[in-house]
Design a protein around this ligand. Sequence first.
Ligand code: AMP
Ligand code: MG
Length: 335
Amino acid sequence: MKHRRYLIYVLILLAIGGLVVGAILVKRPQSVSVSKSKFIMDTVVEIRATGLDPEAAIDAAFLEMERVELVFSRHLKDSIVTKINQQAGQWVTVTEEVLALLGKALHYSALSSGAFDITIGRLVDLWGFGTGANQVPNEMELRQALGSIGYRGVEVDANAKRVMIPAGAKIDLGGIAKGYAVDQAQKVLEAAGIKSGMIYAGGDITTIGAKPDGSTWRVGVQHPRDSAKLIAVVELENKTIVTSGDYERYFIDNGIRYHHIINPHTGYPTQGVISVTVYGPEAADADALSTAVFVLGMERGCELIESLPGYEAIIVDQSGNIWVSSGLADEVELR
Ligand code: AMP
Ligand code: MG
């Protein structure tokens, strides 16, 4: 009897010991940090993410950005934007997604009195941005292309889900589509359970949550004339910053710098401002705004930003003056 009780005690102890050893041996899923880069939308996109399977989440985010590029690039022959341009003067059936982004672009065109204008396509072509054959166009070519500019000519029939641009016009979503792709990538990462991450797409930076160590993300804004230097460091908590700069795409002819952001009223690259960084909740909106403010210039650009709750800006003019909007003071550290 005594022996039996003793045996039961030993068995119980062995069982408890087995459970403890088992619990130690079974590997608990661990959070890891991964960083990957890919060339998408003519730029290097880097995504950092921390989670249980960040690599799969990052790959899904890249796939989504490539899908957005396939829809909105006017340099890919099967994109919807290419179809809209080829069938200028006719209705083209589009998806809800295309209607929504066109609607957003037209909203910022109206808000910026046409400084942001997606019908800029023919002018961008004339200057050779996108094709790589940069040249200063002659006055006659410029005047002809200017005749095709005007966002008010873009017709959107939301009920029938179709779009028509005027014959001879070409739309170019280069000023907004990258921001939209970044927003989409963020959604994919969040849906995959990523609680800490950063998407960097050639000057557009979006963060998710805090850094893996719990501190707030701090991102640099590049000096427009020295890529090794920063003009500012901004704290980003579930926010995005998008920068438009005259250093991103440009050529120099006879000592004059011609860059890729065109004034839709003159047909020439805009003068005055050399870098605009917009801070806010959505990258597509910040992207459209950065291009719009760039064209509007310091004074009108500041006015536009101060009129928009939620969006802030850092603007640098050609003399090196830096303006920071009133709502950003606490998040920005100027260098
Ligand atoms: P971003 O770098 O976001 O400022 O966008 C610049 C790109 O937007 C250019 O490469 C063109 O594709 C396009 N773009 C140029 N000028 C304008 C404009 N005034 N309005 C809208 N898009 C523009
Ligand atoms: Mg932009």
